[in-house]
Design a protein around this ligand. Structure first.
Ligand code: NAD
Ligand code: AKB
Length: 331
């Protein structure tokens, strides 16, 4: 492997904050450029302010730094996309096309494109949805993700570009907050359970959705990017499974750790989005082609989330107390 220079777009979001650190650990701080339209609050990583809609700025960063791999995490997620459909299309499709073109012109050797379970619609098989079934998404986000999958396949066929993609389920992690999706409840619930022992859920109790723990999501991403080129047979996007559960199933699991926890249900507009998605995923192509296997089921994920998030909240509390004490005593 020659010297790799990585560019991450949309690096300040839920996944990007975790993936940037993992890539820095793997490739070295000087070889990973993280970028976003907003600067990180607190980071010592190599950062560039970059809007993927700014084609010339994108091309310049790639050229100037001789970038060899691009990870495009910039997006407007499903729930936000329904209130800003044109912005969703601009960023998720036109922004991605800018990246593909900039990579083509500059001979970038590998690209990562995250798709989503949002590419499935109501006519898809609900349980263990196959890789090659009907794709008729009902959200602007899903339509955009599907277009991105097709553009990836086109650039691969037409220009031989090595673009790799996963249809991520809803991602759950303690490291960062989600940004405007329909699966966000599965992260918010932990914060509220630990702080208030109560959560008001915006989905109905029996709405089952495919989900994945952050560690598995990051491992899958590294695994597909590291796989030998000939092993990547699906050039649209791979189905990927972690676990599947409903709000009442995760609430019951949390209750085992926090017995006082109570959940109420107040479904909103996100219910309709969730209803159009599938319950669970058949990911045997990912298993077969690049040996995918998740490590976390619902029980293991809940245990790990509560342990890590409680530690973070406890240390934040201690830090705040020290700060208050310092202010009060004028130190
Ligand atoms: P996020 O919303 O948390 O982060 C997206 C980031 O993109 C934000 O930091 C935002 O500032 C940035 N951004 C928005 N517009 C931009 C622009 N024009 N130029 C540059 N940056 C811009 O999203 P995430 O959860 O980290 O998701 C990352 C990727 O994974 C997205 O493509 C998303 O569709 C996909 N995905 C996420 C999940 C999930 O559960 N988190 C599930 C399936 C797919
Ligand atoms: C969302 O809910 O929009 C995302 C996703 C599953 O793509 N988490």
């Amino acid at each position: 492997m020659g010297k790799e220079t990585i560019l991450l777009c949309g690096a300040n979001g839920q996944l990007g904050t975790v993936l940037s650190q993992v890539l820095v650990d793997k490739y070295g701080k000087e070889n990973v450029i993280i970028s976003d339209i907003r600067a990180p609050e607190d980071s010592n990583l190599r950062f560039e302010l970059l809007d993927i809609l700014n084609k010339s700025a994108l091309e310049e960063i790639i050229k100037k730094n001789s970038v060899t791999q691009v990870y495009n995490l910039a997006a407007i997620l499903s729930a936000s996309g329904e209130s800003k459909p044109m912005l969703s299309w601009e960023v998720n499709v036109k922004g991605y096309l800018n990246i593909l073109e900039a990579c083509r012109i500059n001979d970038v050797s590998k690209i990562f494109y995250p798709s989503s379970i949002a590419v499935f619609g109501s006519d898809a098989q609900k349980q263990f949805v196959p890789q090659h079934g009907p794709l008729n998404p009902e959200t602007v986000y899903g339509i955009g993700k599907l277009a991105g999958e097709q553009w990836s396949n086109y650039y691969h066929m037409k220009h031989g570009m090595d673009i790799r993609s996963i249809r991520y389920p809803g991602v759950i992690g303690y490291e960062s907050m989600p940004g405007g999706g329909t699966t966000d409840y599965a992260v918010e619930i932990f914060h509220e359970a630990i702080e208030k022992q109560h959560y008001s859920c915006f989905l109905k109790k029996d709405t089952q959705l495919p989900m994945i723990y952050m560690r598995d999501c990051i491992n899958a991403t590294l695994q597909i990017m590291d796989a030998p080129k000939e092993k990547i047979k699906v050039r649209t996007s791979y189905n990927l499974a972690g676990m599947s559960f409903s709000p009442e199933m995760i609430a019951a699991e949390i209750k085992k750790h926090i017995p006082a926890f109570k959940m109420e249900y107040n479904p909103d507009f996100r219910q309709q989005i969730a209803d159009s998605w599938v319950d669970s995923i058949d990911d045997h192509f990912a298993q077969q082609d690049w040996a995918w296997k998740p490590a976390f089921d619902l029980q293991a994920m809940v245990t790990d989330m509560i342990k890590n998030l409680s530690e973070i909240k406890m240390s934040d509390l201690k830090k705040n107390k020290v700060e208050t004490l310092k202010t009060e005593t004028n130190v």
